[in-house]
Design a protein around this ligand. Structure first.
Ligand code: NAD
Length: 460
């Protein structure tokens, strides 16, 4: 099919030249954690960029020069908007005037863990009235292999234009790691696959203007699968160390010491760390996209399910450990005061989507515990949307003071933000349940610390 579509004239005859000279007009569709850094990255390289989002609040903020994403500076947004390089809008009609559309909309799942492609569909349907020959459409949202060809392509071709013939179609997964100060959208290599080799080459040449290394793969499906491999690899390895951490607790072994020791091997080992469970938009979600699709091929992805089972059990384990540590101090979980430190799904970020803190707080509330939290990056946090856990609550981040710490029966570290002074926290707290080994350098008051992945002893 690709060969047939590759025949004849190039679908986007002028675009190669426009990309090379930086005169191509781009649109990033969906300006969230992925889309906004990408948009700013291209605009900073001098491309005229339209930022399109259905969320009018976000567009108003950007027009006002305000960034709502931690990794994007408001000064950059102000400067780019003022220079006309970044044009935020909610109007799909603008797409008629752009050469390239990069789609960065969400790909969540529903309550039954079925992929929800409604955002991808509505983005593609939004493009339809404005699609014209010579445009390049690149899907960047994480999804199962086949989405670009089976979902996006038919919607776009409902215009009568043909992908690979009249317009180009490509998939390039986003690898951004929010909060990562070393690897950003501008220096992380990109993988790209196209409907035809020309589509892939064209998309690759555009992305090469942003980041130095491009890996072009042979198909859209290979590019879609690459992103899932990356995330499933993390999910499975995190599950492995979580399981071994639980075993180490029973066997009386400090598993953190074991990981450190194994990490001295210069080849064949890469450290992963146990924790309170996985969160965010990627690790707990993306593997299910593949296991759902695999069923169409009579295939059951056992590693994915097993990893999810282990990782999802971790919040339950954290609550159970907290209960046992309190009980060793003669205090029942019911009625106890517990402070959660960090509700973001990982350190140094403000993203609390699917955070393990949510389930931990729900379980604690269900056990009759009085829960408060502090997170310097998340000012309020709602829990209990899950129908299984009937409690619902919206909590507000409390100021972290010696008095607040001292009032608590237990402090549970869930996100190990670097701004926290862990020695100071341990000094003022009665009991610290550390799910991240954040207190590894604390020397005084170690008898107050209970880490996951180490034995829980009487009197600790
Ligand atoms: N967050 C990450 O760290 C990360 C990393 C790599 C890949 N991804 C993937 O990238 C994709 C986007 O994730 P995100 O975290 O940026 O999501 P997000 O929710 O932060 O942002 C998505 C944006 O798309 C907008 N949007 C939704 N439907 C739209 C439509 N029809 N038209 C225009 N705008 C629309 C939303 O208003 C929102 O601003 C997902 O597939 C995700 O799995 C995310």
């Amino acid at each position: 099919m690709n060969r047939r579509r590759e025949g004849g004239s190039k679908p986007c005859p002028d675009l190669e030249g426009k990309i090379a000279t930086g005169s191509a007009r781009l649109c990033v569709l969906g300006l969230g954690y992925v889309g906004l850094p990408l948009a700013v990255g291209f605009a900073r390289r001098g491309f005229q960029l339209v930022g399109l989002d259905v969320d009018a609040t976000k567009i108003a903020a950007l027009k006002d020069g305000q960034s709502y994403i931690q990794d994007v500076q408001s000064e950059d947004v102000t400067d780019l908007v003022k220079r006309g390089l970044l044009q935020p809008t909610t109007e799909y009609g603008i797409l008629r005037h752009v050469d390239v559309v990069l789609i960065c909309v969400p790909t969540p799942f529903d309550a039954m863990k079925t992929p929800d492609l409604s955002f991808i569909r509505s983005a593609a349907e939004g493009i339809v009235p404005h699609l014209r020959p010579g445009q390049l459409i690149v899907l960047q949202s994480t999804t199962f292999p086949g989405t670009t060809e089976e979902v996006v392509q038919p919607i776009l071709e409902s215009t009568g234009l043909r992908a690979g013939v009249d317009f180009c179609l490509a998939f390039s997964p986003e690898r951004i790691d929010p909060g990562n100060r070393v690897f950003t959208v501008e220096n992380t290599p990109k993988v790209v696959g196209g409907l035809t080799p020309f589509c892939a080459r064209l998309a690759g040449s555009l992305l090469a203007r942003l980041t130095p290394e491009i890996c072009v793969v042979s198909s859209l499906r290979a590019a879609e699968m690459t992103k899932l491999l990356e995330n499933i690899y993390r999910s499975v390895n995190i599950a492995l160390v979580n399981e071994l951490a639980l075993l180490s607790e029973r066997m009386g072994i400090d598993f953190w010491e074991v990981i450190e020791a194994a990490s001295t091997k210069p080849f064949g080992f890469m450290p992963f760390y146990p924790g309170p469970g996985v969160g965010g938009h990627c690790i707990p979600v993306d593997p299910y996209y593949l296991s759902w699709k695999a069923r169409e091929f009579d295939f059951y992805t056992k590693f994915i399910e097993l990893a999810a089972e282990v990782n999802q059990s971790m919040p339950y384990h954290v609550v159970e450990r907290t209960g046992r540590a309190l009980s060793l101090r003669g205090r029942p979980l019911k009625g106890a005061r517990v402070l959660i430190l960090g509700v973001a799904f990982k350190r140094d970020i403000d993203d609390a989507r699917n955070s393990p803190a949510g389930r931990i707080i729900e379980l604690l509330l269900n056990a009759g515990t009085r829960v408060v939290y502090n997170d310097p990056y998340v000012s309020s946090y709602s829990v209990g949307q899950n129908v299984f856990h009937r409690t619902t609550a919206t909590l507000v981040s409390q100021e972290l003071t010696p008095a607040l710490l001292a009032q608590q029966d237990a402090v549970v570290i869930v996100a190990d933000h670097r701004v926290y002074d862990y020695s100071w926290i341990v000094r003022h707290a009665n009991l610290v349940v550390d799910t991240r080994n954040a207190t590894r350098e604390v020397t005084d008051g170690r008898e107050k610390i209970v880490r996951i992945g180490e034995p829980l002893l009487q009197g600790r």
